[in-house]
Design a protein around this ligand. Structure first.
Ligand code: 13P
Ligand code: SF4
Length: 301
């Protein structure tokens, strides 16, 4: 902890003097998550909480689409992302033009886009969803068929839980696509009493063999409520580190995978963002209204 103390103290002071808050995703490293964040959670919680912030500045410790969502919901506030290159393989897998082509191919079919997309893609959507509310969002539309973009595995995992027919895109999360069903079987062989939790961005055969699948917040809640003696979280590595701090009685077994985009955010660049006001997130006004509508429609559910 001593190696982080100087940056943590500086950030706490900067937050006070600049009237700023740090919103951090569950995949941020423990020194950010437990050391400087004001609000931590999954993408849904971060979006919801962003609407309630009354500070002047929001520093988003997470990836770019999360900062864009916070800015969409807070057009009058300054939203900073400590590293502009903190992207997401899902957000990069689809463009607004791709969504327009899908609409032409399936006329009249509503479009749900994951929040892990650019603002331009959200602006083409009827509604957004996160891994925490995807089924609810899909079923809220009252349609027989729904286009769900861009995560193919999330779409397949939701299709397994609903009667709505889901038309998917071929985007994947570079972190979760690496887990395999044979990893799950190997884990059970090595640790017969283990409880296996998988994020719904994992391939369907992984989710099918897991004991539970849910958003990062749902996985954290599961551990808190059920207190399994041994657990594996098939997701990003910092998730286990952060949840383990809260539950020292639970043994966390790896494997896990690192998200290189999430790991771009550090105490040093959070401090730098607060000192310099960089990098400020801006949204093209031509797409802001439609994108905000899709996000707000989701939050109203
Ligand atoms: P959650 O919404 O479950 O936190 O997931 C976000 C994400 O990027 C998962 O890879
Ligand atoms: Fe994107 Fe996957 Fe990283 Fe989440 S873990 S931000 S979905 S690349």
């Amino acid at each position: 902890w001593a190696i982080f103390a100087e940056d943590v103290d500086a950030i706490l002071e900067l937050k006070r003097s600049r009237n700023a808050v740090v919103l951090a995703h569950n995949y941020q490293t423990p020194e950010i998550f437990h050391g400087v964040a004001d609000i931590v959670g999954d993408s849904l919680l971060l979006a919801r909480e962003a609407t309630k912030v009354d500070a002047d500045i929001i520093v988003l410790a997470g990836v770019h689409f999360m900062a864009e969502t916070a800015k969409l919901l807070n057009p009058e506030k300054t939203v900073l992302i400590p590293d502009l290159a903190a992207g997401c393989s899902l957000a990069d897998s689809i463009t607004a033009q791709d969504v327009r082509l899908m609409r032409q191919r399936y006329p009249g079919v509503p479009v749900v886009t994951y929040v892990n997309t650019s603002t331009a893609v959200k602006a083409e959507a009827d509604i957004c969803c996160t891994s925490g509310n995807a089924r609810k969002v899909v079923e809220s539309l009252g349609a027989e068929r729904v286009i769900m973009l861009p995560d193919e595995y999330l779409a397949q995992n939701i299709a397994a839980q609903t009667d709505v027919k889901i038309i998917a895109w071929k985007g994947h999360c570079e972190v979760h696509e690496l887990f395999t069903a044979s990893d799950v079987r190997q884990l059970r062989e090595n640790h017969p009493d283990v409880t296996i939790l998988a994020h719904p961005e994992c391939p369907p055969e992984v989710v099918a063999e897991a004991d539970f699948s849910g958003s990062t917040a749902a996985m954290s809640d599961f551990v808190g409520q059920k207190r399994p003696p041994r657990v594996v979280l098939l997701t990003e590595c910092s998730m286990s580190d952060n949840v383990a701090v809260l539950h020292p009685d639970v043994e966390f077994i790896r494997p896990c995978n690192l998200c290189p985009h999430m790991k771009r955010i550090t105490l040093k660049n959070i401090r730098h963002a607060l000192e310099t006001g960089r990098h400020e997130v801006t949204i093209d006004p031509a797409i802001a209204v439609s994108a905000r509508r899709a996000v707000e429609r989701m939050l109203a559910i």
